[in-house]
Design a binder for this molecule. Structure first.
Ligand code: SF4
Length: 327
């Protein structure tokens, strides 16, 4: 039986950090075993919010693909492609925009939240409002059965499901209604204990040098109740400890847990141990990255192959869609 297909993308608006790695990419890696995965660089989506600084898109597109391969996504198993290289996405977006009721977009909670939060950018645009319509096209053009997303993106996928149903109702059964595959939220926060994000300037990147890692870990906020060295701490609410749980070996994690509670270990020492575990944990990814950086033509070839595979499917779907809408 052929594997079910999933589609997911990443916007090239900056470098990959540990929030991406633990929030999405390691899950993508796991999904490769069970699904036929299509992973894409969402460069048109990047323009919806970053249209005023497009240079970041070219700068980061291949960097992100290098990170994907370095952390274990396998181009032999999954299809990597660039959204804007498959023009059919734009055509399907246009057709979907004809049948999408405006209130579906205006009531989208993510849209409302971003309008509030992105105060430094003017996102009162047609493209930004229509972001979920483009996303529906990205997913449905591959007739995906599932979409792995974080909780914040789930309403967008709901809109994709609505779009598929509406299209099928108007023009006949064309698209499967994809399922939401909810990605567990990463426990790792940024160094200031907010969600890890490049725009908060609190992220640890996969490309950070050992010195940068030491410096950032040194600045991390720990248990906020632990004001003095002699105060007992609570690892359960400490972000440094969440990193230990992933990157440090179990025996040491257990002793840190005990010694933190009895104030036998100070945060400075604890952070040094964590920084060293983190550097060790990231080293294989960095080593693979160095190899790929020295052979960028190979990375471009991978993308070109992926584009070809994606385009063939997108073209087939568009033939059906044009037939259905009598164009
Ligand atoms: S000792 Fe470690 S686990 Fe405990 S509060 Fe400090 S940094 Fe966190």
């Amino acid at each position: 039986m052929p594997k079910k297909r999933i589609v997911s993308g990443m916007r090239p608006t900056g470098k990959i950090h540990l929030g991406h790695l633990h929030g999405a990419l390691l899950n993508w890696k796991k999904l490769q075993e069970e699904y036929d995965c299509f992973y894409f660089i969402a460069d048109w989506h990047a323009l919806t919010s970053d249209y005023a600084r497009p240079e970041i898109i070219r700068e980061t597109t291949y960097e992100i693909i290098i990170d994907w391969i370095s952390m274990g996504l396998d181009p032999e198993v999954s299809t990597f492609f660039i959204q804007s290289h498959i023009k059919e996405h734009a055509e399907l977006h246009l057709i979907f925009s004809m049948i999408t009721p405006l209130p579906w977009l205006e009531r989208n909670p993510t849209y409302k939240e971003q309008l509030r939060e992105l105060t430094h950018k003017d996102v009162y645009t047609y493209g930004f409002l229509g972001y979920p319509v483009l996303q529906a096209a990205d997913i449905l053009i591959y007739k995906a059965n599932g979409v792995p997303v974080g909780e914040d993106q789930a309403p967008h996928v709901e809109l994709t499901r609505e779009t598929a149903r509406r299209f099928n109702h108007l023009y006949g059964e064309t698209f499967p209604v994809p399922n939401v595959l909810l990605t567990p939220t990463s426990k790792l926060l940024g160094i200031d204990r907010r969600k890890m994000s490049k725009s908060y300037n609190n992220a640890i990147f996969l490309t950070d040098s050992d010195e940068e890692i030491s410096e950032k870990v040194g600045q991390m906020i720990t248990d906020p109740q632990r004001a003095r060295r002699n105060d007992p701490g609570d690892p359960g609410i400490c972000n440094v400890f969440s990193f230990h749980e992933i990157y440090t070996n179990n025996e040491i994690v257990e002793s840190i847990k005990r010694e933190c509670r009895s104030a036998d270990i100070g945060c400075v020492e604890c952070k040094k141990i964590m920084a060293s575990s983190l550097k060790k944990g990231l080293e294989p990814i960095k080593a693979r990255r160095r190899e790929l950086e020295s052979d960028i033509d190979k990375v471009k070839e991978i993308v070109s192959e992926g584009n070809k595979r994606a385009r063939a499917i997108a073209q087939r779907t568009m033939t059906e869609v044009r037939e259905a809408v009598k164009i």
